[in-house]
Design a protein around this ligand. Sequence first.
Ligand code: FES
Ligand code: FES
Length: 177
Amino acid sequence: MVLLLARGLAANFCGKKIYGLLELVIALVINGTNHQVDVDDDTPLLWILRDTLGLTGTKFGCGVGVCGSCTILENGDGVRACQIPASAAAGRSFTTIEALSAEGNHPCQKAWLAEDVAQCGFCQPGMIMTACALLKKHPQPNDAEIDSAMSDLVCRCGTYPRIRKAIHRAAAEMAKK
Ligand code: FES
Ligand code: FES
């Protein structure tokens, strides 16, 4: 996979960032699709997703790696998109909430609706992606495992009890398949 592509001196006249004599374009995979993005190397992956690729399902909360609103998946594990600069995202593959199901048929999406989890909803994409990571590791998590997995995500609306119920519901549906 191409990590960094040199684009040449012409970009200098367009006000693009030049690294020595070369501008860098970063290649990465989002939801199974290859992308090449022309951004500064310190641009957070969160901005690449939202502003460059138009994938606005991933939310900006704190921007400092604390709240978990920007959680996406890498190899099934939750990672915080606000904490991954473009230079570090190069050559990696990530999954955002847009990849779960456009029709809302993923068990977590259905469970979230059934349990009426969201209040303002802002934190919920990160919660759902973290739940997906949990259910991959623990298909039938107990309350302690759920609380541990979700403990470093912040919901300002206090939806934690409903999140726990939704994860149990999603686990039950996944177990039927
Ligand atoms: S926006 Fe990334 S952890 Fe808060
Ligand atoms: S639902 Fe409002 S912040 Fe979580």
